[in-house]
Write a protein that binds this ligand. Structure first.
Ligand code: ACO
Length: 375
């Protein structure tokens, strides 16, 4: 049954899911029936991770058990750090993370088990270990000793503790909580789709997550957050912003952190994160990045009718919190691993292999000249 080709599968319904709803008309994002805006205000990252993985918000008992399981699984084998030390200095942290997750799969017992219980256990293990891999991967490749993760602190506090060794700043925790919740899940985005395609062959959750990490790395998807920061740094001052954007658009360059396949009137996640940029900028007395961002935003709206997506304000949020730029996309993985896992489990529960068609536009009727006669 042939259907009309849609480049980039735009407008193609590729599945049915009960995990999240992206509504570009209302400009809302729903996780398992709850508005993401309310979840950001009232819940911790762990509560929302549980919601997305298990289908509803945890009771107090379920929450305690879930967070205890996560905290207990944060350590990774020291052999992983030997692997990190063997990587080329120029390796991108998304590549080192992808390799480390593949190693965890090879070291896990029954990694190929695709039952729901095994998939949930693998998802929790990765949720616990990925922040350790992200921060200690950075530390080890920069010549520092790995720092053991905390067994007491929550997801956000543990991230800052591992990165700095110091007391977590409550304002930073609040901002990180918002970005990590808003990064958890977002319909059939490229990396989620990639994870579903991978497991639709009955490959396991680890394979799906490794595929998804590779897909998220690209600048048109998760890689946009670090590219957006690189752009803000290159612009450098508010006075240069308008001319910089003009020049980039004249040269047909994409402005990172703008536009979205689904949202045409703005990304609800970006609006929430921008409030944190404002709060952090005021509290830290550093309004440079928000001033540059406002000019770029106004220019993009006027010139291209394009709004910022979530990656644009996330870049300034993380920069204001002194987080190294090369960690921005790996930090996306710390959160999106939850959405990928939920999608993988949903896919496996009602699976049919993904196998679309392609229309051949190459030549026909060529005849083989024997190798000896080919020049
Ligand atoms: N800067 C400049 N022009 C843009 C941008 C942008 N950021 N985004 C879209 N456009 C223009 C395109 O050039 C195109 O113009 P044209 O019709 O004159 O050729 C038009 O808008 C449509 O753009 P497409 O790239 O065809 O839109 P698509 O839906 O395929 O892509 C995407 C969406 C990839 C997000 C795109 O907007 C983009 O490249 N943005 C920059 C990268 C980015 O921020 N990605 C993060 C997305 S959110 C996330 O993954 C978490």
């Amino acid at each position: 049954m042939a259907s009309e080709y849609s480049p980039g599968l735009e407008g193609v319904m590729a599945g049915i899911s009960g995990i999240s709803e992206v509504d570009p008309i209302q400009n809302t994002l729903i996780y398992r029936g709850y508005d993401a805006r309310e979840l950001v205000e009232k819940c911790s990252f762990e509560e929302v991770a549980y919601l997305v993985l298990y289908g509803d918000l945890p009771t107090h008992t379920e929450y305690d058990a879930f967070t205890s399981r996560i905290k207990a699984q944060r350590d990774v084998p020291s052999s992983i750090y030997d692997l990190y030390r063997s990587f080329d200095n120029s390796a991108h942290p998304m590549d080192t993370l992808k390799a480390a997750v593949a190693v965890l799969a090879a070291q896990a017992k029954n990694a190929s088990d695709i039952s729901e219980s095994a998939s949930l256990a693998a998802a929790e293990s990765l949720l616990a270990k990925i922040p350790t891999l992200v921060v200690n991967g950075y530390r080890v490749t920069h010549g520092d000793a790995p720092r053991p993760p905390s067994k007491e602190l929550d997801h956000n506090q543990n991230f800052f503790y591992m990165l700095t060794g110091g007391e977590p700043n409550p304002m930073f925790n609040k901002a990180l909580n918002a970005t990590q919740i808003l990064y958890i899940e977002h319909g059939f985005n490229a990396s989620t789709f990639s994870s579903r395609v991978t497991v639709s062959t009955l490959a396991d959750l680890y394979c799906g997550v490794v595929s998804a990490i590779g897909t998220l790395k690209g600048p048109l998807h998760g890689g946009a957050n670090e590219h957006a920061m690189a752009m803000l740094l290159e612009i450098g001052t508010p006075e240069r912003a308008e001319a910089w954007v003009d020049d980039a658009l004249t040269n047909k360059k994409k402005i990172m952190g703008f536009g979205h396949r689904e949202y045409k009137k703005g990304d609800s996640r970006a609006v929430i994160v921008k409030k944190h940029v404002q709060e952090l900028s005021d509290a830290l007395g550093n309004r440079k990045w928000i001033e540059i961002s406002d000019i770029v935003e106004a220019k993009m709206l006027a010139a291209k009718n394009l709004y910022p997506n979530v990656d644009f304000p996330v870049a300034s949020t993380y920069y204001l919190m002194d987080i190294p730029v090369e960690l921005y996309t790996p930090m996306f993985v710390m959160s999106r691993v939850v959405g990928w896992s939920a999608n993988i489990i949903e896919q496996l529960a009602n699976n049919r292999i993904f196998r679309p068609q392609s229309e051949y536009n190459g030549p026909h009727d060529k005849k083989v000249t024997p190798l000896a006669a080919r020049v």
